[in-house]
Design a binder for this molecule. Structure first.
Ligand code: ZN
Length: 191
């Protein structure tokens, strides 16, 4: 059924194809930390790929590779040419799809993510949903130095981006809804 079915790919991910990407991403993010300034950054792309595989039951290698690499263009000096050379044009195109235009100021980038979400490919939509799940968990459970209001605004914004990604992966969408609800309650209790 269009919109609610699981991804159709039956390809078995090659361990070396995934591990080569993981090794590359870990190297590129090696000096970065998450918003708590303690957690190694690479934990986030790993969490995104793990959510796609476990919750979203995604077995498509390109999607899992792009998930591990989804922040390298945005947050490191890695170039499109490098991704193309190492991992090919399909992985590059998918990473580019989920990369913000850094020349825009943050509020515009955020608005753009909401507007662009419905036009993304199914693979990119799945990565976006898993990315938002991971970020919501991190900003609500890690010691992130953000005022409560900013955390709530992040959750509201993530909900709008994911609204445009619906119909791409039902289990992932349900998981997002669950996480959004429980983490909102967690923030409310911390009031
Ligand atoms: Zn991310």
């Amino acid at each position: 059924m269009e919109g609610t079915s699981l991804p159709q790919e039956t390809e078995i991910p090659s361990p070396s194809a995934l591990l080569a990407v993981l090794s590359f991403a870990a190297d590129r993010h090696r000096n970065q930390r998450r918003k708590d300034n303690a957690t190694p950054f690479i934990n986030h792309p790993i969490a995104v790929a793990e959510l796609l595989a476990r919750v979203g039951r995604v077995t498509d290698v390109t999607t899992l590779q792009a998930a591990l690499l989804h922040d390298v263009l945005e947050d490191t000096s890695t170039t499109a040419e490098e991704l193309d050379k190492h991992f090919g044009p399909a992985v590059l195109a998918l990473v580019q799809e989920v990369t913000d235009d850094k020349s825009l100021p943050s509020p515009q980038r955020k608005q753009r993510q909401i507007e662009h979400a419905p036009h993304l490919s199914t693979r990119a939509k799945q990565i976006k949903i898993a990315d938002k799940i991971s970020n919501i968990i991190d900003i609500t459970t890690q010691p992130v130095d953000w005022p409560l209001r900013r955390k709530r605004e992040y959750l509201d914004w993530a909900e709008k981006v994911v609204a445009g990604c619906r119909g791409s992966n039902a289990p992932l969408e349900e998981h997002f809804d669950q996480i959004l609800k429980t983490q909102r309650e967690l923030l409310d209790r911390g009031d």
